[in-house]
Design a protein around this ligand. Structure first.
Ligand code: ASP
Length: 320
């Protein structure tokens, strides 16, 4: 744990293990042991474990980092504990608008979607944009139309609605506040495969009560999501506006690539910078050697790590 300026950054970095590595997150924020009931604690840990297992199984078979991050994120999107896909937060208009991105560190191909309302797994749509479309970023109804053309499952918008999120939305609406310091539940994954290639993916419902088709950092390539084999792959969660202003995920990669900084130092420094702008949240990151980890300046962050050497661990709070 390193104390910097007036905020604390909690970080954990491992040196490069042999073979593949996978890191995931399910959001950072006001995640405290004393405020979490036992069922939620167990449910979130199980969901993180399942996502790690799904991605790890693919990496162990020699599949790509892209396949692994997509598989892990899809499971988290379908799980109502997280603010992505099913269980996404509500906009001020009481609807779910979903954002996602994916990037391939080998080719720097990237795909992103924002404000979609009908595609069940936004991360798979981001991948389709990356792999099959001429563009990098699509939004709204057009993005959902592209998803349907690509044969991706379409659902009624009610699929994304869960009652607990609606309750949170009503509470916020009635109190007249805006979701800037709550529990961010964005999900993401970064991986290095046995071929040595990196990938990153992020998926989110954004912030509760967002207005005017607000788009956060998650689908902004270079802000909430970035992958470059020569530097690092990163997925962010937190107060998206600050991560955009810091160019967070790209900045971490650039520090590694151009300044030759160790990944942990680079990511901690960028998180420190975000904190100095007033931002809160966290990142997971991995470099071309497979060294990776996380850092966050919030009380907790849902997170997990798996490596080819048999490590598989999940953590929720800042003290574990
Ligand atoms: N970073 C996301 C956003 O600003 C929110 C989150 O991490 O939960 O849209």
């Amino acid at each position: 744990m390193t104390a910097k300026r007036d905020h604390i950054i909690i970080s954990h970095w491992i040196s490069a293990p042999d073979g593949w590595t996978l890191l995931i997150h399910g959001g950072a924020g006001q995640i405290r042991r004393e405020a979490t009931d036992a069922a939620t604690d167990a449910g979130v840990r199980d969901a993180l474990r399942l996502a790690l297992e799904a991605g790890s199984a693919l990496l162990a078979e020699g599949k790509s980092a892209l396949d692994a991050v997509e598989a892990a994120v899809r499971l988290l999107e379908d799980d109502p504990y997280f603010n992505a896909g099913r269980g996404a937060v509500f906009t001020a208009d009481g609807v779910n608008e979903l954002d996602a991105a994916m990037m391939d560190g080998a080719t720097r191909s990237a795909g992103a979607v924002s404000a979609i309302t009908r595609t069940r797994n936004p991360v798979s749509l981001a991948r389709a944009v990356m792999a099959k479309g001429p563009h990098v970023m699509l939004s709204g109804a057009g993005a959902d139309r592209f998803a349907a053309e690509q044969g991706l499952e379409q659902v009624d918008p009610s699929w994304f609605r869960v009652e607990e999120r609606w309750r949170q939305f009503e509470e916020m609406r009635d109190s007249g506040t805006f979701d800037v310091d709550l529990k961010y539940g964005t999900v993401g994954a970064v991986a290095r495969d046995v071929q040595g290639h990196l990938a990153a993916a992020t998926s989110t419902g954004g912030l509760t009560g967002k207005r005017w088709n607000r788009i956060g950092d998650s689908p902004v390539i270079g802000a909430g999501t970035w992958a470059d084999d020569r530097g690092a792959a990163t997925s962010c969660t937190g107060s998206g506006e600050h991560f955009i202003r810091a160019g967070a995920a790209h900045e971490i990669s650039s520090r590694v690539r151009l300044a030759d900084e160790p990944l942990g130092l680079a990511a901690d420094a960028v998180m420190d910078d975000i904190g100095s702008l007033g931002g809160t949240g966290g990142v997971i990151s991995i470099d071309g050697s497979g060294a990776g980890g996380w850092c966050f300046n919030t009380p907790g962050m849902y997170r997990g790590l798996a490596t080819a050497s048999g490590v598989l661990c999940v953590a929720l709070y800042g003290d574990e």
